[in-house]
Design a protein around this ligand. Structure first.
Ligand code: GCO
Ligand code: MG
Length: 401
């Protein structure tokens, strides 16, 4: 069974997505998500100009060999653009294999390790009362785990907080600039967790994303101060390029740590995992080089009791969500899946067999990944430049995500 066609579909049904579609010589199709928020076209070009021509004529069943060919063979390894492109090819090949075998992908990975997959969503508000209202709404929808982010007094806007309507990380046009104060944030945010626990108790998982904004010692202070609120995890407390920076955080706090949505290979998280500096690894199928590579990451993490916590924002397509759910259902060391939800137009373009029900998700038993794309409808939504904001300190210094 040879790959006969490799096409890249770029569309913007509510936000930009890059999708790879592979078709075999006997007409089986497979989809892969290649979306890299704010850098979508670079992955589209990597695929179109450098990978698609190489795929045509290859055996669609040789997933591992194709992965190695694209990773080792290119000379230039790792990085988000490369790994997202490889991830998309890998996903599409697993989709094809599942369809040919007439089995959902999780069965090919080794079968389900659990009945369904716990997922968290985002409660955000301009202040604490508004966030508590949002929290109540997610709880009513059945979520057993909820992430909270809220506005900080004295700061105009805070990343991760909706400006009204569904929260979307990127905005149309060139990047917005936001100002950030670690002092104001650190002095205020513990009150948010106190308020949630006071109102909703401890019988629900509570999560929070720091978006890499703190230094290690500041993150240590925050982790320590919020220990009594028993967070499920504190996410990305500090940038992870300097992996040993997490030692400092670990020395001070038992608040669990989740890292990895900007990491792409096992090498990027090797020390974090080996030294047990984190509790959850957040890489997901698109940016983490596909199921083939993410399986390796999960097995490595399992040796150190690090669990998975796949990134699941609205800027990874429903194809990636489908793949992530097959992975989550299989991974013996699965921890938590993020599920931000999607724009209505996104869900019209992508037909998904996966489901959310009462706080849990399931990839479905549809053969393959269980997600298809309506190409005609996708063509009605052409690419629109949109970017994540940039953060500066109050004195203008460019700051971390
Ligand atoms: C999360 C995130 C996202 C990312 C976004 C970047 O935890 O869901 O941090 O909001 O920032 O996906 O593209
Ligand atoms: Mg995050």
């Amino acid at each position: 069974m040879k790959i006969a066609k490799a096409e890249v579909i770029v569309c913007c049904p509510g936000r930009n997505f890059v999708t790879l579609k592979l078709t075999t010589d006997d007409g089986v199709t497979g989809l892969g998500d290649a979306t890299l928020n704010g850098r979508e076209l670079s992955v589209a070009s990597y695929l179109k100009d450098h990978i698609c021509p190489l795929l045509v004529g290859r055996d669609a069943h040789q997933i591992e060999d194709t992965w190695q060919y694209l990773y080792r063979g290119a000379y230039w390894r790792r990085g988000p653009v490369t790994m997202s492109a490889i991830g998309a090819v890998d996903m599409a090949l697993w989709d094809i294999k599942g369809k040919v075998a007439n089995l959902p992908v999780y069965q090919l990975l080794g079968g389900a390790s659990r009945e369904h997959v716990i997922a968290y969503s985002h409660a955000t508000g301009r202040d604490i009362p508004e966030t508590l209202d949002a929290f109540a709404k997610y709880k009513e929808k059945g979520f057993k785990a909820i992430r909270v982010q809220c506005g900080i007094p004295g700061m105009k806007s805070v990343y991760g907080v909706s400006k009204g309507g569904a929260y979307e990380p990127a905005t149309k046009g060139w990047p917005e600039e936001q100002s950030w104060s670690s002092e104001k944030y650190l002095n205020y945010v513990p009150q948010l967790f106190a308020a949630v626990r006071e109102k909703f108790g401890f019988d629900i998982h509570l999560l929070h994303d720091v978006h890499h904004r703190l230094t290690p010692i500041e993150a240590a202070r925050l982790g320590k101060e919020i220990e009594d609120y028993h967070l499920f995890w504190m996410e990305d407390p500090t940038p992870a390029e300097n992996q040993e920076g997490f030692r400092l955080i670990r020395q001070h706090t038992t608040t669990p740590i989740a890292v990895g949505e900007v990491l792409n290979t096992i090498w990027d998280c090797k020390q974090l995992i080996e030294e047990q500096l984190i509790d959850y690894i957040r890489m997901t199928i698109t940016h983490g080089g596909g199921l083939t590579h993410m399986r390796r990451v999960a097995d490595f993490a399992a040796m150190y009791q690090v669990r998975t916590g796949c990134h699941g924002p609205s800027d990874l397509s429903p194809v990636c969500m489908g793949a992530a759910l097959h992975f989550d259902l299989w991974a013996p060391n699965f921890g938590m899946q993020e599920y931000m939800g999607y724009h209505e137009q996104t869900m019209e373009v992508f037909k998904c067999a996966w489901s959310f029900n009462d706080g849990f998700m399931h990839p479905s038993d549809t053969p393959g990944l269980g997600v298809e794309i309506d190409e005609k409808l996708a063509a009605k939504y052409p690419y629109e430049p949109a970017y994540l904001p940039v953060a500066r300190l109050e004195d203008g210094t460019l700051w971390n995500w």
